[in-house]
Structure formats: C-alpha cells, structure tokens
Write a protein that binds this ligand. Sequence first.
Ligand code: NAD
Length: 274
Amino acid sequence: SKVPTITLNNGVEMPRLGFGVWQVPDREARRAVSTALEAGYRSIDTASAYGNEKGTGKALAASGLAREDVFVTTKLWNDDQGHDSALRALDTSLAKLRLEYVDLYLIHWPQPRRDAYTQTWRAFERIAAEGRARAVGVSNFQPAHLRRLFETSGLVPAVNQIELHPRLVQAELRALHAEHGIATEAWSPLGQGKGLLDSPVIGKIAARHGRTPAQVVLRWHLGLGNVVIPKSVTPARIRENADVFGFELDGQDLAELAGLADGARLGPDPDAFG
Ligand code: NAD
C-alpha cells in the first residue's frame, strides 16, 4: 500500500506520512530507518541537530530503494544560520547522508532575536535553484516570521514544520499556510506519546473504530491536511503508525477530540528559543 502524497507549492510530491528520528541515537538510526522503509514509509525526517544523519544515510544506502523513491528531509541548525554558513551546513549534511540532494531542507528554528533567518533564506533560494534541495522550507516559524519572509523574498516556503497535535491545533498558522500554499507538517504529532495517547477520550474513539490511540491521532492529522512524521523505535509501533489510511473519523470523534485543545506546548516557544 502506497503512502498518499501532497503536492508542494513548487510541484514536488511529498508523502503525507514520514518517519521522524529525533532522539534516535546514530547507532540505532540505521535499524530504525530500515524498519520504517520496510514497513512502507518513503519519507524520513532528520536534522543536523539530531546527530543521526550518518545512520539515516546508511539505512537509505542499504535499502536498495531508488533515490527518487525516498523523500529525505533535513534541517539547518541554529549555529549555522547566515548565508555562507547555511551553504556549508548543507554540504556537511549531504556528506553525512551520502546524498547528492535532499528533498526538503528546513530552517530548524527562526531565532528571531538573532535575526539571521532572512539571510539564511537567501542561501536557501540558491540551494533550491541549484537543485541541492528539491524543496526548501522552514520549521517553527510563527506568523510574523513567515510574513517577514514574504516581504523579503519571492520564494514562499514549501513547508512549515510546527508543533501540532490535538492539544495544540495551530489554527492561525494553518489558515496562513492555506492562504499562501505552504504545507503544514506536524512535529510531535502524537504529542510525544505519553499523556496524550493515554487520554480516555482518545481511548474511547479508538475502541469505537477498532484502532489504536496513535492511529486515531494520526488520522485526525490527515483529515486536517497535515503531513505527519511520527517517531518510534519499536518495530510494531513503526508499522502501526503507518497503517492509518483505511478508516475515517466522524463528526462525533472530531468534536470529542476538539475538547482536548488546551493550547499546551511540549516544546520551546519559537519566539524565545535559540
Ligand atoms: P511523537 O509525537 O512522534 O511521539 C513519539 C513517541 O510516542 C515515541 O517516542 C513513543 O514514546 C510514543 N509512540 C510512538 N508510536 C506509538 C504508538 N503507536 N503507540 C504508543 N506510543 C507510541 O514525538 P516526536 O518524536 O517528538 O516527533 C516526531 C518527529 O517530529 C521527530 O522524530 C522529529 O523528526 C520531528 N520533530 C521536529 C521538531 C522541530 O523542531 N522541527 C521538534 C520535535 C520533533
């Protein structure tokens, strides 16, 4: 069963489900990514800061999959913001991944106090023009940061990867993305597992559908139009998280899930971080 794709604003197709590898140590990344590729994932989300681009690259090389059949995302870390340092950072990431190009390159955090992201974005324009990333985007950008890019560049990010789960629904950003043709990619889509997946509300919905809580939450994202990148190192869960294309949530389910939206962030405030 093939993972459905969305078409990004430059025509590139991106799988709507990917495999996230934050907090997977490099020595375990090869096995986890291999398990995900065997389970049918065709998109991998890593980052320079995760320290596992090498293990990810080994799994990609060992998979036997054609390069064009896998969608690889990595991210520019905060220390590498700026025009020339961004170009060098991508070289380093590509070498670790053993790739000629990535499918998506993201600015990991806006770091508004440092105020370098518009210069970084100049480098990303060049990276896109040279084909060293098939698409370029951002992560953790708030509306003000996106608007600043719109004012200073003709290149609209293809993706904004943001914290998004049933507790933090990001209505304002999703509306702004829709207006500008930016794909919304949800990080910590499962709310990092603990807590959210134990919610009795989600448990009841899962029981009604004969599904697991994780599958219900991923289905909720897909219904909103989000790209999801759940993480697990447990093979059974890696497979479970990919088996989310055979059912739909109904109005009652969605109304119950809406009751969980208390606005809680699990990660840092993007306006303050870095
Ligand atoms: P997640 O929401 O994907 O949750 C992962 C955790 O949930 C696992 O460690 C496990 O404890 C649990 N889990 C996973 N599958 C489960 C299942 N089927 N049943 C029960 N429990 C399950 O959290 P995440 O790793 O924070 O986010 C996913 C990915 O998003 C990351 O790996 C990374 O690629 C990306 N991310 C990006 C940023 C960013 O700043 N851009 C920040 C955080 C995460």
